[in-house]
Write a protein that binds this ligand. Structure first.
Ligand SMILES: [Zn+2]
Length: 113
């Protein structure tokens, strides 16, 4: 994965990019690991992020990853998405699987809306 050089002042690297608070050594992967499959690149970019900000995005990132995979599969059935990571998330979080299944809408010809 190509890294973009960081020309920021090193003092700015200790700040949370989302809220400006102290990142205290925690980092957020960009893109989120839930959106890509293993093996992860050794140089997966990271940004400083405080723990509250970092963990607060996880449910949204899981939802997005599952929404994309279920849309591509045409189903929220945990056996259908191509990505193993998404299948595992849907099995572990039946409420998320149910939300995605309920959100599916089809045209009369079976194509997805
Ligand atoms: Zn923050």
């Amino acid at each position: 994965m190509r890294q973009v050089p960081n020309y920021a002042d090193t003092r700015q690297l200790s700040w949370c990019v989302y809220c400006g608070g102290s990142s205290k050594g925690t980092r957020d992967h960009v893109p989120s690991k839930v959106l890509i499959d293993k093996p992860f690149p050794d140089n997966l970019p990271v940004v400083g992020a405080c723990q509250p900000c970092n963990s607060s995005f996880s449910p949204d990132e899981e939802y997005l990853a599952c929404l994309i995979a279920c849309t591509l599969a045409g189903s929220a059935d945990p056996d259908h998405p191509q990505r193993e990571n998404v299948r595992n998330i849907l099995r572990k979080r039946p409420s998320l699987q149910a939300r995605l299944a309920a959100a599916k809408a089809e045209n009369p010809d079976g194509t997805l809306l």
